[in-house]
Design a protein around this ligand. Structure first.
Ligand SMILES: Cc1cc2nc3c(=O)[nH]c(=O)nc-3n(C[C@H](O)[C@H](O)[C@H](O)COP(=O)(O)O)c2cc1C
Length: 339
């Protein structure tokens, strides 16, 4: 047995396999299965800002109509709907904390810093061990500059950090012009962890029915490289936990992310594709690899291949194909197992 203990948002966890926010983590049944399968921690399905604000207002307006006589009830009704959304989430946190012993992280999807931020305290009071902020909106704002959009994220993060005393983490998208600066500015808001990267639903077309549909809901095992690159680069500069997300499908990728400097990894698509058993397979395979390489703990190899320790640090920033890779091995012939 190897010592797989590590941290997620600074919270001690038994192993680096954290289940990322997804539909499976939205029910107590799913949470129990994931905990029994050996997950180090679980991030709950996000509660969405629109759920708390926009939808509540829309539902209140629909139910009460535009009749001015109803307006006095509007605020009360709006408040009730918002409370229902948040109360359901609070109940899930409480039930999860009562049933499983691993850390339970609440997740909020947000893009603005409005009234809903006060709800963060309610999630803390419900027993959440930490809060993960999923803060991205597709940037195509016509009036705001990218700097203004980024500032609004920083304000949101600061306000949540001020409100709660449990650790706060930020789950970032990769779509920023200068990620290095964005990651630094987020870290300066006193967050305990940064998750690199979130992966979103993609746009696709059904060309027979002319429908707009969601495509590629699940990642493939080849999508890990961008997270690997940025964790390798940033781990020398950012002292809080960096967490790898997107394309972590096997123990080999978990090992790579930790070698890059990640404290833990988030896994979602692999669980949808293989079932919850994949968590145990990853843990066993990671231990076997650690045994072979002579590593006794995560600390023995964390950051070993980060840019900060590299003989040739420029390799980490290379993106252009400057020569033809004639010795390239086709993906189908590569070995993904650590055994
Ligand atoms: C069905 C599904 C639902 C998801 N819901 C959320 C969510 O509510 N909040 C969030 O931050 N990420 C959500 N994600 C993104 C995942 O947490 C994760 O970041 C992404 O799938 C990349 O990891 P993977 O390659 O292991 O799948 C969802 C992903 C899937 C597949």
């Amino acid at each position: 047995m190897k010592d797989l203990k590590t941290t997620y948002l600074g919270i001690p966890i038994n192993n680096p396999i954290v289940v990322g926010s997804c539909a499976i983590t939205s029910t107590l049944e799913g949470i129990k299965k994931l905990a029994n399968a050996g997950a180090g921690a679980i991030v709950l399905k996000s509660i969405f800002e629109e759920e708390i604000t926009g939808e509540a207002e829309a539902t209140a307006a629909k139910e009460l109509g535009a009749d001015e006589n109803n307006m006095e009830f509007y605020d009360y009704y709006d408040y009730q709907i918002k409370s229902d959304v948040i109360n359901k989430y609070i109940d899930l946190i409480k039930a999860a904390k009562a049933e499983v012993s691993i850390p339970i992280i609440a997740s909020i999807n947000c893009s603005t810093s409005n009234e809903w931020i006060s709800y963060a305290q309610k999630l803390e009071n419900a027993g959440a061990d930490g809060i993960e902020l999923n803060i991205f909106k597709l940037p195509f704002h016509e009036e705001k500059t990218s700097t203004e959009l980024e500032e609004s994220y920083y304000n949101t993060i600061s306000k949540v950090v001020e409100k709660v005393s449990i650790p706060v983490g930020v789950k970032l998208a990769p779509h920023f012009t200068n990620l290095n600066q964005v990651i630094h500015k987020i870290y300066e808001r006193n967050v305990q962890g940064i998750v690199l990267f979130n992966r979103f639903t993609s746009l696709d077309f059904d060309i027979e029915s002319d429908q707009v549909i969601s495509g590629n809901i699940y990642s493939s095992k080849h999508e890990f490289s961008n997270s690997l690159r940025w964790i390798s680069i940033m781990s020398k500069e950012i002292p809080c936990d960096l967490v790898a997300s997107t394309g972590v499908h096997d123990a080999k990728t978990v090992a790579k992310m930790i070698l890059a400097g990640a404290s833990s990894t988030q896994v979602v698509s692999a669980i949808y594709k293989e079932g919850v058993e994949v968590i145990g397979w990853m843990i066993n395979e990671l231990e076997t690899w650690m045994q072979r390489r002579g590593f006794n703990s995560i600390a023995d190899f964390k950051g070993r291949l980060s840019q900060g320790k590299a003989v040739n640090p420029h390799q980490f920033e290379r993106v252009q194909f400057m020569r033809y890779f004639s010795d390239h091995v086709p993906a189908s012939k590569q070995n993904d197992s650590l055994l």
